[in-house]
Ligand binder design. Structure first.
Ligand SMILES: [Zn+2]
Ligand SMILES: [Zn+2]
Length: 340
């Protein structure tokens, strides 16, 4: 099978690898859609190390199972990111993403093939495959991964609804997905984004206003848009400390904020940011597995918006073009097709 690897700084190769085999609860999925996430950072920053296992988002068709389980050959599925032990309290509660005992897929399956989503086949645990409803394409079904997923988890946690003004800082492929999710719930959306392409796309998806983070009046503008109070709920998808600071400052008293963008240190002013404001902070990586049918409902009923959100679908051999588009901020979500 064909698989993308990163070979150097802004360099990649498409290599032939043996196809993975099903073993135990791990089944083989033929990958029809590979949504791109943050792998472009490895492409940009690589210093000559071979990076073989890329990606964590995929949708495809089950083609081999080793034992009776939750899926059968022919099922169309979205592949959830990461893995879980399936037995600990977190896994049993659907919060497998936080499992402390995740299996090593390499060891569990006995071969190196199948760990990457930038490939024609992969292996995944049968219980981490979410059925894609009839009539929903693989490209759209794959949005149940990071396209809509982490922010869907944040909105479930914060109960985002039609009474809310939601602030989304960072309108890359995750933040743009947040706009779709919040619009679906009837909320009013204010975005913060520097790239004009993405600001325009957010407005096309339903954001009422998009503010440039470089604007010295950014915070004042958000307050103006919210009657001076600030946003009811806010989600940071940028991972940038400056945007996270803006999110905290722009959230209203007794509001809620969620950190979704991966990041390092942030200075938190305990009194001013949390105690006096009475704010609730959430860290959200993904969504509870029990909510998978709900995210598929969002996907099924947001088809027209998803077609705008997915700005590029490219054959896998054009992966370099895809990563360069991401680096330039000239895209929404990009999906690769490994069989084209
Ligand atoms: Zn577990
Ligand atoms: Zn992702």
């Amino acid at each position: 099978m064909k698989q993308v690897v990163i070979t150097g700084n802004r360099q990649y190769a498409i290599v032939d690898r043996p196809e993975p085999k099903a073993r135990g609860e791990f089944v083989v999925v033929k990958v029809h859609a590979t949504p791109l996430c943050t792998e472009y950072k490895a492409y940009r920053d690589n210093q000559g190390r071979l990076i073989e296992f890329l990606g964590h988002e995929a949708a495809g068709e089950v083609v081999e199972v080793a034992q009776p389980g939750r899926v059968k050959v022919g099922d169309r599925v979205a592949v959830m990111p990461q893995a879980g032990c399936g037995r600990c309290p977190l896994c049993l509660a659907g919060d497998y993403i936080h499992c402390q005992h995740s299996p090593d897929i390499l060891k569990a399956t006995g071969n190196a093939a199948g760990v990457s989503t930038y490939a024609q086949y992969l292996v995944a645990q049968d219980w981490l495959l979410v059925p894609i409803p009839d009539g929903v394409s693989y490209d759209h079904g794959g949005m149940a991964c990071c396209g809509l997923g982490p922010t869907f988890g944040a909105m479930q946690r914060m109960n985002v609804n039609a009474f809310d003004t939601v602030l989304v800082t960072g309108l890359g492929p995750v933040g743009l997905g947040a706009v779709i999710g919040a619009v679906y719930r009837g909320a009013r959306v204010i975005g913060v984004e520097g790239y004009p392409y993405r600001a325009a796309l957010a407005k096309a998806l339903g954001a009422e206003a998009v503010i440039d983070p470089a604007d010295a009046q950014a915070l004042a503008k958000i307050r103006d848009l919210t009657g001076g109070a600030g946003a009811d709920k806010a989600i940071d998808c940028s991972g940038s400390p400056a945007a996270q600071r803006l999110m905290l400052d722009a959230a209203r008293r007794r509001g809620q904020v969620a950190f979704v963008g991966e990041a390092g240190d942030l200075t938190l002013r305990v009194s001013d940011d949390t105690i006096r404001k009475g704010i609730t902070l959430h860290g959200v990586w993904h969504y509870n597995l029990a909510d998978a049918p709900k995210i598929m409902q969002v996907i099924r009923e947001s088809s027209a918006l998803l077609d705008r959100f997915i700005t590029h679908t490219l054959p896998m051999n054009r992966v370099q073009d895809a990563w360069e588009l991401q680096l330039a901020g000239m895209c929404g979500k990009i999906v690769l097709h490994p069989w084209q």
